[in-house]
Design a protein around this ligand. Structure first.
Ligand SMILES: Cc1cc2nc3c(=O)[nH]c(=O)nc-3n(C[C@H](O)[C@H](O)[C@H](O)COP(=O)(O)OP(=O)(O)OC[C@H]3O[C@@H](n4cnc5c(N)ncnc54)[C@H](O)[C@@H]3O)c2cc1C
Ligand code: FES
Ligand code: FES
Length: 1312
């Protein structure tokens, strides 16, 4: 372990001075803990701590940064602590690492080192942080697996206010309620609510932390004044030691940017290919970090980070009277939400202002706050205003090439002046705003007459826009309703937003422009109404009353750590202590995840001269390939070869699904060829030099609607029908018809696709290390591509950094292409997040039409649903997804006359594929939307009325007993009865989810268990560790069967050499079937050992194993499970396709801000009851439920469909433009209960697979939002029926809550 790295040491390994810390391959420093997941600063997986001596305060400053944006040269004089330096299993675990693992805060573990580093940095600065500080520290870290709750719980154990169960003392805790607690769960007395033992945690001892390296301290005390220059191959980094030198350098290199946080330059280099041959780093110039105050205002050095600016402003706010700090408060409001903590630590005030991003949060506030910019050059200093012209980049109002921004002057506000800031983004934190605004009004003293007004908006054009004309016209007006109406009209006229404005959503943005002003109007009105504020209200007027509903819209919600209880049934008191089944055992790799010692595919130590592959993809949606010119690419330094379809010795995929395109392309992003080079950068450069000429083909189809028009389908229609649907429609009281659109979803596994191919020198053997859910498929594909037998290829999967269905099919394609060249010593391919999102496809978007017939009582008599999914350009899993969609669509409802039809559309988009839930989350949303429509007519009991109640048969005639479903439903009803509902928007959904593949052969599984002569046990099985804890569960099974503690056991990896012909780890059934195979192997072994044990019952395990070896008893056994019977006859529409069902129910309560569309789901509550039967591991199962619920919530609320250009080019290429749920999206109260006393005879130890089912329960949030919107629409007398569109993004919610402002936008559009 490396305790802490010094930037100076890193510089010795320098290639290019702007290379990034740890993450550019081949790696400058080989440490495995810092993970690469996006490369744009947006996910936090690469978080490390930087410590620097601050020349102004003369203290050591510790701050978290995203390593992917840190150029190595910027670390001169700094110490870097990575997760390896925090603690390790081999030496000493840090409490942060111990607690995140033991609180079950890790699943795949790919995000964990980043989480650990964010928390560790927080604790270095605040050993007992507040919950708000904890939320802030983790706001820039994404996790796709856990649902965040357990991560926050681990962090909360360090918080000052943390005191055991968070519900305690609120009348909600099981302990407060005594016996009642148990009764709510059906009178069980053995319900546990603890998933880990807090008292086992080692205390945090801040004195044990690493000290700042003394040599760096000495350096800081005697700072080097010389200019330091670092020359790379293409880039020169110049770091002057004095301000004078910097100004001289700026004259010499007028085009060279000043690089501070690199959070603007870095992403632009990556996504837009910006290149700067010379970079000037002013990091050592202390003058740029100076802060000074006067009685008039505050001057902040341009080099101060945004985090420092936040502290400085908070300091001034606490010292000065409120009236002087209006601008500072408004800036602070935005600084809490802007990006994540790491970016705020890195980004400088100067860099932020100078970047002049159109979405900038601070520039609109600074502009209205009369900020001035202090500029400096060799010639001297001058001041310019940060105004409309500067923000528009007008040369007359801008810096001269030789000038720099030295500092920023922000004046105090005055009496009678009010300043506010507003922003609306897809998520509360770590998301760029759709629209952001700064607003200021100055009144004539003692009156409500406007003396001065400034309004500035971001996100509504190419630059921050000041609405100067509108403001001018409102001068002299009173602050009243007529002024408001006039202001809105003027604003809509002035802030015109052309149709092609960046990001689209024109109507939404225009609505926000006026909605924000309305909020400002209300805020100021509230201030003016404060007693004694105004000297007099002119003309004897009264201020209008502000209704409570509007007042609530003004509340600013502090981010708090969610609360919640997790309930599960404890194991039988007679169960042996050694037997871990049913206990909340920590993930086997939990501690390794937390220390960065868990090895992922990309962390495998490589030998010298590894080769890297980068893919050339189609830029056309449907075209003939006319020519491919590789000559320029091949001439570039480091390029070894370019692989095309002609180089494939065997089969190039299927006729209609090629590995490498031949003659034509079917979508943007289709792989055409692959460059192999000595470094990743060289490979990528060569990709840009590969020239492909195309001739466009017709038709080009992107949408389901177009596919239907062109009859473009991938497979025949799938249909199930029962009863007489037509006749039933004739007999019902009412009929409702509707349409439902469900957007697709990006897998966004934190570890992108990656593969490493190592050819052996003999017999065409190959070792493939790959991040996949299906190594046998990779093996088979490579075999057919290279035309060598399967037995020469071994696929290894140690662990996968999240899969969710996205690593079933695609890894085989990458593996096969990477294997084609047989490159020695080995070649690897790692997809950037951008390429991963472009190439790999995701969840199928769906369009559904329903017609439902029902009696006035709410009893549904007939239902007819027709669905279309967008399959993309090849079949992939689309036929299967259609089948599963149709099979599962009835969900929990018994409807006698039923018809479901489904088709997969072929479009010119990347092929969509398997995704957690496999069609269920989309299809069932149609069913639930239809039930919701009936409930709107007949009352909320419609769901219960139509649910399965007794033993029955599904639409495909499979018998089942819905008793657990009813119990889940009743449990939930019981919880809800006890709780006070705020009735903002509420929904309850039931769920019947079928587990498994609809084919017996897909349920087979095998395991291989070896016992070695020292008694240690090696378990191997066919499942892959994707974060779902399958290896942990398998050792629990082996431990119970062999009666040996798990400490004697080990699982090394999944390998096609130990367990052949495996099935993809998917369909929620992996632990179940592989568990049966492990059980079988252990039972075989135990049977062999029985005579020895009988002979020496007092002997130890080791004695028995030794004796068995002496007696030549084989200590290795293969276990096998032949699979659950499953079949489906589509001709007859009958079958037994699924071995069993998981039942559940969820309720959610949300609040919607009708003015912006933000749903404050977080502020309210979600309860889930799930029938897990006898959970193998309640901590893991609850983790799966919470994680999949959160992913479902993302699908239905924030994860806006991938956006494409009219030509089919994907716009959404990273975390900045595709929003998965963040830490602030967790419901404020989040309770999960596993239904107790539930049994199923079929499965291993009566457990159930819970990997996917929770996804759909996320729809409870969607329907709660729909409920809130319906209420708003009712209040406004707008017809309640509207087309259901998922996800319910803020934009859709805002536009559905039609009001006077949306009307204004519409009217203004009519006239513009
Ligand atoms: C993941 C992520 C999320 C983000 N989220 C938000 C958000 O929610 N809201 C928001 O408003 N912004 C957001 N940003 C943008 C961020 O605020 C800016 O990138 C940042 O403030 C730029 O500062 P920097 O120091 O990193 O600039 P750099 O990248 O180092 O430099 C940017 C430019 O500024 C110039 N420059 C810097 N200092 C000076 C100076 N003293 N004199 C003259 N020129 C100078 C440089 O020449 C360069 O051209 C986000 C960025 C990232 C990466
Ligand atoms: S933030 Fe660095 S990899 Fe995502
Ligand atoms: S555990 Fe967080 S991304 Fe997998």
């Amino acid at each position: 372990p490396v305790p802490a790295l010094q930037g100076n040491q890193l510089l010795q390994t320098l290639g290019e001075p702007d290379r990034n810390l740890f993450l550019d391959r081949p790696f400058p420093v080989r440490l495995t803990g810092t993970k690469y997941a996006c490369g744009r600063g947006g996910c936090g997986a690469c978080t490390v701590m930087v410590s620097k001596h601050d020349p102004v305060s003369r203290k050591i400053r510790h701050f978290s940064v995203t390593a992917c944006l840190v150029p190595i040269c910027s670390l001169y004089g700094a110490a870097v602590t990575t997760v390896e330096g925090v603690g390790s299993i081999k030496t000493r675990l840090h409490p942060v690492q111990e607690r995140i693992a033991k609180s079950h805060g890790t699943q795949c573990g790919f995000c964990t080192p980043g989480m650990v580093m964010s928390m560790y940095t927080l604790l270095r600065n605040h050993p007992q942080p507040s919950e708000e500080q904890l939320m802030e520290a983790l706001g820039g870290n994404l996790c796709r697996c856990t649902g965040y709750r357990p991560i926050l719980e681990s962090g909360r154990t360090f918080c000052a206010e943390s005191s055991g169960c968070q519900q305690k003392g609120r009348g909600k805790c099981c302990l407060d309620q005594g016996e009642n607690a148990a009764s709510s769960l059906g009178g069980e007395s053995d319900i546990c609510t603890e998933l880990f033992a807090k008292d086992e945690f080692q205390p945090l001892d801040p004195t044990q932390e690493l000290i700042f390296p003394p040599e760096l301290l000495r350096m800081a005390e005697n700072p080097e004044k010389r200019t330091l220059t670092f020359h790379g191959e293409r880039v020169t980094w110049i770091s002057p030691g004095t301000l004078k030198d910097l100004l001289e350098l700026k004259v010499k290199h007028p085009d060279a940017p000043l690089i501070l946080g690199n959070t603007s330059l870095g992403p632009a280099k990556k996504s837009q290919g910006h290149f700067h041959p010379v970079l000037l780093s002013p990091a050592r110039i202390s003058e740029l970090s100076m802060v000074s105050t006067t009685s008039e205002g505050l001057t902040i050095g341009a080099g101060c980070s945004l985090a420092q600016v936040k502290d400085i402003l908070a300091g001034r706010v606490s010292e000065l009277p409120e009236e002087k700090t209006q601008t500072y408060r408004a800036l602070l409001k935005h600084l809490k939400r802007l990006a994540g903590q790491q970016i705020r630590n890195m980004a400088s005030l100067g860099g932020h202002i100078m970047s002049r991003h159109c979405y900038s949060d601070l520039n609109p506030v600074l502009a209205v706050g009369n900020t001035a910019l202090n500029l400096m050059s060799k010639e001297g200093t001058r001041q310019i205003p940060l105004d409309r012209d500067f923000l528009a980049g007008l040369a007359s109002a801008d810096l001269k090439p030789e000038e720099i921004l030295e500092s920023v002057y922000i004046p105090h506000s005055q009496r009678w002046e009010f300043v506010s800031a507003f922003r609306q983004a897809q998520c509360q934190q770590n998301a760029l705003a759709d629209v952001t605004a700064g607003m200021r009004v100055l009144f004539q003293e003692g009156t409500d007459t406007i003396e001065d007004l400034s309004l500035a908006y971001g996100g509504v054009g190419d630059a921050t826009i000041s609405a100067q004309k509108s403001c001018q016209q409102l001068l002299g007006r009173h602050w009243n309703e007529p002024m408001l109406d006039e202001a809105c009209r003027l604003l809509l006229d002035e802030v015109s937003l052309p149709g092609g404005a960046p990001g689209g959503s024109v109507e939404f943005k225009r609505t926000l422009v006026v909605s924000f002003f309305f909020k400002f109007y209300l805020e100021v009105l509230q201030e003016l109404k404060k007693p004694g504020k105004l000297l007099s209200v002119p003309d004897g007027r009264h201020f209008p009353e502000i209704s409570d509903r509007f007042l609530s819209a003004l509340e600013d919600f502090p981010a708090t750590v969610p609360q919640g209880v997790q309930r599960y049934q404890s194991v039988d008191s007679h169960q042996a202590l050694q037997d871990p089944v049913g206990r909340p055992i920590m993930h086997l790799s939990g501690l390794k995840h937390a220390t960065g010692e868990a090895i992922f595919c990309d962390d495998i130590p490589t030998v010298d001269k590894e080769l890297f592959m980068a893919l050339v993809t189609s830029t056309r949606a449907h075209a003939k390939i006319i020519s491919v010119d590789l000559s320029k690419a091949l001439e570039l330094p480091g390029v070894v070869d370019v692989i095309t379809a002609e180089d494939i010795p065997g089969t190039n995929g299927a006729e209609d699904d090629r590995l490498l395109a031949v003659d034509k392309v079917l979508c943007v992003g289709q792989i055409v060829c692959a460059v192999v080079a000595e470094t990743e950068a060289q490979a990528k450069r060569a990709v840009e030099e590969t020239k492909i000429a195309y001739e466009d083909l017709e038709p080009v189809i992107f949408t389901i609607e177009d596919a239907i028009k062109h009859s473009s389908f991938l497979c025949p229609e799938k249909k199930l029908e029962q009863g007489n649907v037509e006749k039933a429609f004739e007999e019902v009281d009412q009929i409702v018809e509707g349409e439902v659109h469900v957007g697709g979803q990006e897998h966004f596994y934190m570890e992108t696709q990656r593969v490493l191919v190592i050819p052996k020198t003999e017999d065409k053997e190959l070792d493939i290390y790959v991040s996949t859910q299906d190594p046998a498929h990779v093996q088979k594909t490579v075999s057919s591509t290279l035309d060598i037998p399967i037995n020469r290829i071994t696929c290894h999967v140690k662990r996968v950094g999240g899969g969710f269905g996205g690593k079933v099919g695609r890894p085989a394609v990458l593996g096969a292409i990477a294997a084609v060249g047989n490159w020695l010593p080995h070649s690897s391919c790692l997809l950037d997040r951008e390429d991963d999102m472009l190439i790999t496809g995701g969840r199928h978007p769906l369009f559904g039409k329903y017609k439902v017939g029902f009696m006035n009582s709410g009893r549904i008599r007939a239902l007819d649903i027709e669905c279309f999914i967008n399959g993309g350009c090849t079949l992939d899993d689309s036929e299967l997804v259609t089948e599963f969609l149709i099979l599962k669509m009835e969900n929990a409802y018994k409807i006698h006359n039923l018809r479901f039809r489904g088709r997969a559309c072929m479009t010119n988009l990347p092929s969509n594929t398997a995704f957690r839930g496999f069609g269920f989350p989309q299809g069932t949303l149609v069913t639930e939307s239809c039930i919701t429509a009936v409930a709107a007519k007949c009352g909320p009991s419609v769901r219960e009325k139509n649910m399965y109640k007794t033993v029955d048969k599904t639409i495909y005639k499979q018998a089942f007993n819905p008793e657990p479903l009813i119990r889940c439903w009743n449990e939930l009803a019981e919880f809800n009865k006890k709780n006070y509902w705020r009735k903002r928007g509420l929904a309850v959904v039931p769920m019947k989810f079928s587990v498994g593949f609809a084919a017996t052969s897909f349920h087979q599984a095998a395991a291989l268990v070896h016992i070695y002569t020292d008694g240690s046990v090696l378990v191997t099985h066919g499942g892959n560790e994707l974060g779902q804890g399958i290896h942990t569960k398998m050792l629990q099974v082996a431990s119970r069967e062999l009666k040996v503690p798990t400490s004697h056991m080990h699982i090394c990896e999944t390998s096609t050499a130990t367990v052949p012909n495996t099935i993809a780890t998917a369909a929620s059934i992996g632990s179940d079937v592989n568990g049966r195979a492990v059980q079988n192997a252990c039972q075989i072994l135990l049977k062999r050992l029985e005579p020895i044990i009988k002979k020496n019952p007092e002997g130890t395990w080791e004695d028995w194993i030794e004796a068995a070896f002496e007696q030549r008893i084989s200590l290795s056994a293969t276990g096998y499970f032949r699979g659950y019977e499953a079949f489906m006859d589509w001709e007859k529409g009958e079958g037994d396709p699924f071995p069993y069902y998981v039942y559940g129910a969820a309720s959610s309560e949300v609040e919607v801000d009708c003015l912006t569309g933000a749903h404050k789901v977080k502020k309210i509550r979600t309860d889930i009851v799930m029938d897990a039967c006898c959970s193998l591991n309640p901590a893991i199962d609850i983790g799966q439920i919470e994680g999949s619920f959160t992913q479902g919530m993302g699908l239905y609320t924030t994860e806006e469909e991938l956006k494409y250009s009219p030509e089919g080019v994907l716009y959404s290429r990273g975390p900045d433009d595709y929003k998965i749920p963040t830490i602030t999206d967790v419901p404020e109260e989040f309770n999960v209960s596993l239904l107790p006393s539930s049994q199923t005879p079929l499965t291993i130890y009566s457990s159930k697979g819970l990997g996917e089912s929770g996804m759909f329960l996320g729809s409870s949030v969607f329907f709660a939002i729909a409920d809130a919107v319906a209420t708003a629409r009712r209040e406004r007398d707008i017809a309640e029926d509207f087309t259901v569109r998922s996800p319910a993004t803020p934009e859709r919610v805002r536009m559905a809550c039609a009001d006077r402002f949306t009307e204004m936008v519409r009217d203004s559009r009519l006239f513009s």
